[in-house]
Design a protein around this ligand. Sequence first.
Ligand SMILES: C[S@@+](CC[C@H](N)C(=O)[O-])C[C@H]1O[C@@H](n2cnc3c(N)ncnc32)[C@H](O)[C@@H]1O
Length: 309
Amino acid sequence: MQRLDTFMADALGQYYNNRDPFGVDGDFTTAPEISQLFGEIIGIWTVQKWVEMGSPSTFNLIEIGPGRGTLMSDLLRGTEHIELFHEAMNTHLVETSETLKTKQRDTLKNYNVQWHDHLSKISNDLPSIIIANEFFDALPIRQFKYNDGTWQEHYIDNKKTTWIDVKNPPIKSTLPSPQHNDIFEYSKIQEDYTRLLSTYHGAFLFVDYGYKKSTFGDSLQALYKHKSCAITDHVGDADLTSHIDFEWLSTFLKESIIKTQSQFLLENGIIIRYQHLNNPELTSGYERLMNPDEMGDLFKVLEVINSKI
Ligand SMILES: C[S@@+](CC[C@H](N)C(=O)[O-])C[C@H]1O[C@@H](n2cnc3c(N)ncnc32)[C@H](O)[C@@H]1O
């Protein structure tokens, strides 16, 4: 029998280490793979934060969970003309998958990039701009169910879900009082990562699908070749994700703002960039990123300005 987070850690480790999961031949696609506009607009945001920080002559640009390296590639290409920006930048990628690291090395072969397997390996002495797209949703979670006044935890036993009584679940301060059968999700690794981030000074941007306000619900999903399946089907071959509780994560950070992806992209000039490029091939990607019924509202952006800037 395995606790859900242990089961997920094993399955996800196997999953990301053995494949490139993106695109039509994979299991899912992400915003940077849909349109170059996504990485370019994050590039504009990054330059703006660097300027607000007083254009330091050296700073760390860090991406956590960079997938194929597409977002970073679009960001770097789109900001090449900004005077002194690239000269000041030390670029770091935090990635655990060897397969994806190989892919990233290829995508970013024209740039000077350093790789790490954990954020803690990068010193927090320098000003930092840290970005992550769909990183938190790929981290293991635990699930707890309220059952007539007691709490039970999700375990996997012989490929089946089972709920076991627990005494002291890690109840989140941001949740309302539970009703019978309410489920909440908790991720120690998300909490640890967010606490660690708060020790860096600079600006952070996290994009993921999830809730602006803490809520009960079972958001765990498995995806195999673009179709949903049970979490115990295709173990190690299916992607497992959950929705991010942005309100809860922001309790570990000093100053943060949560907005929708479309709001963030609009504020940072996506319309101007799209019109300037004037390329009909970008239209369907632009619409997928922005449409409230597609990624526009479902995806949220957590923007953090650490007051030590
Ligand atoms: C859903 S993908 C998102 C990829 C990319 N950001 C994008 O938008 O296309 C999750 C990424 O996080 C990486 N990852 C998963 N667990 C990780 C961990 N514990 N530490 C660092 N990277 C991790 C995966 O290998 C993959 O690159």
